[in-house]
Design a binder for this molecule. Structure first.
Ligand code: FEO
Ligand code: CA
Ligand code: CA
Ligand code: CA
Length: 745
């Protein structure tokens, strides 16, 4: 969700806790606008036929023999990209309709929605708040997603396009502002007062986590396989292992795991990445807000350094939890949501004071193998993770993983493996052991963007003099550095960015693109070369929004293309903007009506075509259009020009703007239904099916209105003919070209 535009969430907002004096710091909070206070669009209910392709296959077949989920043979490498030089579809117009709009000649079909059953025994989703058992159903708020091919006989085959597994993040659940209940999954909207009934908590917790679900093509239509033996849910209660430098650290000791080596579940899974060896990395993003901390907890902790850490990660004492799950009962599974120091132990082994340290990682999952361990890769740092993008692989050289921390004024990170890449590892049978090799030992870096278009990676090491000398936090060891990566990055003077969301690596150039979604805190006083815009924008008739309202996409080229390079060049691929905005300060990429967008978030490159898919999670331009997805064919760093932006008082800032897109190289491809965001993108290796997630259509709902369809902002996907009930549902859709061709061609 895009909280900076959302004042109503301020009590649980875990963004913007960067009070360091690094570049771009400013202490004046700009007014935040509540998108929930502005009604957008209408409840268009017409079914246009665009999604009438919803068919029986979308409900999954029950007659396929279930494949064995045993460890499968190693996958084959995916085919090399054949880059498109021109986008061959007609751009779709901005839209406020409650439907999915795709270009002429394309069909979007609902595939897998909130509540859909994933076991033979689970019943069809009634979608009236009476369904429970979400361990056996799709979770909520579908987000990042990856596809892994299966051969006809159910073996791992990364080249397979007719059958595969989708790994889908379920980030969060729809609830209004400070209301606690997930409105749409309870009969009458649920209980917002404390204590929360245990039965409601037990229903809401497994709405989070991930789904692994088999999808299969029958004729030309994709459906999911309801009773596939590969299907499973991973939730905030699933046992996981801590791996890497912080595993076993005293910082990780909890009542659940006194050895600090295991943890319970994964939470607020946002972006994803796929590893070269065929596993998924899922990013834990806004996990902090799910935990409560007692009003006198600073003193209970004797104001030790854990208090500094908790504040930096968004948990001041007295912080309320998002859903009040800690009040579900005496059982440990509820108690763990209260991270106050309660026990008498010195090390935290008798309470959950350290529980927050077990969240905030990239978590590795092997979709093919239910028996494989799920591992939190702690060495890559703890923050609000989005996606993970890998460098181009070079035999005998280390690999890099790029990452963003999504909060206002947070940083961009890079991991460089100690191990040199061995191509044979792409087909290793034990994929999680391969993850151990590349993701547990190595170096973590943070980015500094310089005014001259260069940049540097600063190592976050316990041996770094600036980290050793930090005065606000005394780092004990490398485990402390990675668990408190934000504090370490503060100490080395990393560049504060305009909310780093997803990153993705260009399949041929290897350059890495990062969406910087927006930043309501950016001011004229704090603009810098890499975050150069501050401006005001009107939404509707009355509301003014300011800062970097529409976001931008920055890209990085490592010197000599080396994953382990210490320095890089950067420029801005695109600045989000309204087409009509001032081209000297706002619409710096000269976007047209077919290209204009706001708050780029999801970002993903097709391996089949090289197309850069850009997805928006916006609250700024939503008076004119719902969130959308665009296709781009980018050039490379340095293909544009330097531009000088002028601010009041004579201040100027130089920035580097990539070559302006043309009508052939950037086009709007899709607009989603009302009150949704577009996120998550995956394709079949042949490039002929594109999977996309529609997250939280109509999320703006008070629980009091949960049973009143006339109050819903969206009724998608039921208004597109999918499923029972009218409550809106997050869902995966699959997009195909009617002529059976490659998407975008
Ligand atoms: Fe879950 Fe920052 O998006
Ligand atoms: Ca977002
Ligand atoms: Ca506007
Ligand atoms: Ca996102």
């Amino acid at each position: 969700m895009n909280k900076p535009h959302d004042l109503s969430l301020s009590l649980i907002d875990d963004e913007d806790h960067n009070t360091s004096n690094n570049p771009s710091f400013q202490s004046v909070l700009t007014a935040r606008l509540s998108r929930r206070n502005v009604l957008r669009g209408s409840l268009g209910t017409a079914v246009t036929g665009m999604l009438s392709a919803v068919s029986l296959s979308a409900c999954g077949g029950g007659d396929d023999p279930a494949p064995a989920p045993a460890p499968a043979p190693a996958p084959a490498p995916a085919p090399a990209a054949k880059p498109l030089e021109k986008l061959n579809f007609a751009a779709v117009a901005k839209s406020l309709e409650d439907k999915v709009v795709v270009p002429a000649g394309y069909t979007a079909t609902v595939l897998f929605a909130l509540g859909d059953p994933i076991t033979a025994a689970a019943t069809a989703y009634k979608n009236d708040g009476s369904d429970g058992d979400f361990e056996s159903r799709a979770g909520d708020h579908h987000d990042g997603m990856e596809y892994y091919g299966l051969s006809a006989d159910g073996k791992a085959d990364l080249k397979a396009s007719d059958r595969g597994l989708l790994v889908i993040n379920h980030e969060a659940t729809s609830h209004a502002g400070t209301e606690r209940a997930s409105a749409f999954v309870h009969l009458t909207g649920g209980t917002n007062t404390l204590p929360r009934p245990a039965a409601e908590v037990d229903r809401e917790v497994p709405l989070h986590g991930l789904s692994v679900v088999e999808v299969k093509k029958t004729g030309t239509a994709f459906g999911y396989v309801k009773d596939s033996a590969f299907n499973r849910r991973i939730t905030p209660l699933t046992p996981v292992l801590l791996s890497g430098v912080a595993a076993g650290s005293g910082l990780m000791k909890t009542k659940y795991a006194i050895d600090g080596k295991t943890a319970r579940g994964t939470l607020n899974n946002c972006g994803t990445g796929t590893t070269p060896w065929g596993t998924t990395l899922t990013g834990e993003e806004n996990w902090s807000g799910y935990f409560t901390r007692g009003a006198a907890d600073d003193a209970a902790r004797a104001n030790d350094k854990s208090v500094t850490s908790l504040k930096r990660y968004g948990r001041n004492q007295g912080a309320a939890s998002r859903h009040g799950w800690e009040t579900g009962g005496a059982d440990d599974k509820y108690a763990r949501w209260d991270i106050s120091k309660k026990g008498a132990s010195a090390d935290g082994s008798d309470d959950y004071r350290n529980e927050l340290n077990t969240f905030g990682y990239l978590v590795e999952i092997d979709a093919y193998n239910k028996a494989a361990a799920i591992k939190k890769r702690t060495s890559l740092g703890r923050f609000a993770h989005e996606s993970a993008a890998f460098s181009k692989l070079v035999e005998g050289k280390p690999l890099a993983v790029y990452m963003g921390d999504d909060s206002r004024g947070e940083y961009i990170y890079k991991w460089v493996s100690e191990a040199a890449w061995a191509a044979a590892d792409a087909t290793a049978a034990d994929r999680i052991a391969t993850g151990d090799k590349y993701l547990d030992k190595g170096k973590l870096f943070v980015a500094k963007f310089n005014a001259d278009g260069s940049g540097e990676w600063v190592e976050l090491s316990i041996n770094n003099a600036a980290i050793k000398a930090a005065t606000n936090y005394s780092f004990a060891d490398q485990a402390d550095v990675v668990v408190n990566a934000r504090l370490a990055a503060d100490a080395v003077g990393a560049t504060k960015m305009d909310r780093p969301e997803w990153c993705a690596a260009h399949p041929t150039t290897g350059e890495v693109y990062f969406t910087l979604t927006n930043n309501s805190n950016r001011t004229a006083a704090t603009v810098d070369a890499a975050n150069p815009r501050f401006y005001e924008d009107t939404k509707g008739t009355a509301t003014k929004q300011s800062g970097n309202v529409n976001g931008h996409i920055i890209r990085v080229a490592e010197v000599n293309g080396e994953a382990a390079a210490a320095t890089f060049k950067w420029d801005v691929y695109l600045f989000g903007s309204e087409a009509g905005a001032d081209k000297s300060l706002v619409n710096l990429s000269s976007l047209t009506d077919d290209q204009d967008m706001s708050s780029p978030d999801g970002l993903w490159f097709s391996r089949a075509t090289g197309v850069c898919w850009i997805q928006t999670d916006d609250g700024a331009y939503t008076d004119k259009t719902n969130c959308m997805m665009l296709a781009g064919i980018p050039g490379k760093v340095g293909d544009g020009e330097k531009k000088t932006l002028s601010y009041a008082g004579g201040k100027t800032v130089d920035t580097y703007v990539g070559k302006a897109p043309t009508a052939d190289t950037l086009k709007r491809f899709l607009v989603g239904p009302v009150d949704c965001e577009l996120t998550g993108c995956a394709e079949t290796p042949d490039g002929k099916a594109l999977f996309v997630n529609i997250q939280h259509p109509g999320e703006t709902i008070s629980s009091a209105n949960a049973a009143d369809a006339s109050k819903y902002l969206s009724q998608w996907p039921s208004n597109a003919g999918y499923g029972a009930g009218k409550r809106p549902r997050s869902a995966t859709i699959v997009i195909t070209k009617n002529d059976g061709g490659v998407i975008g061609s």
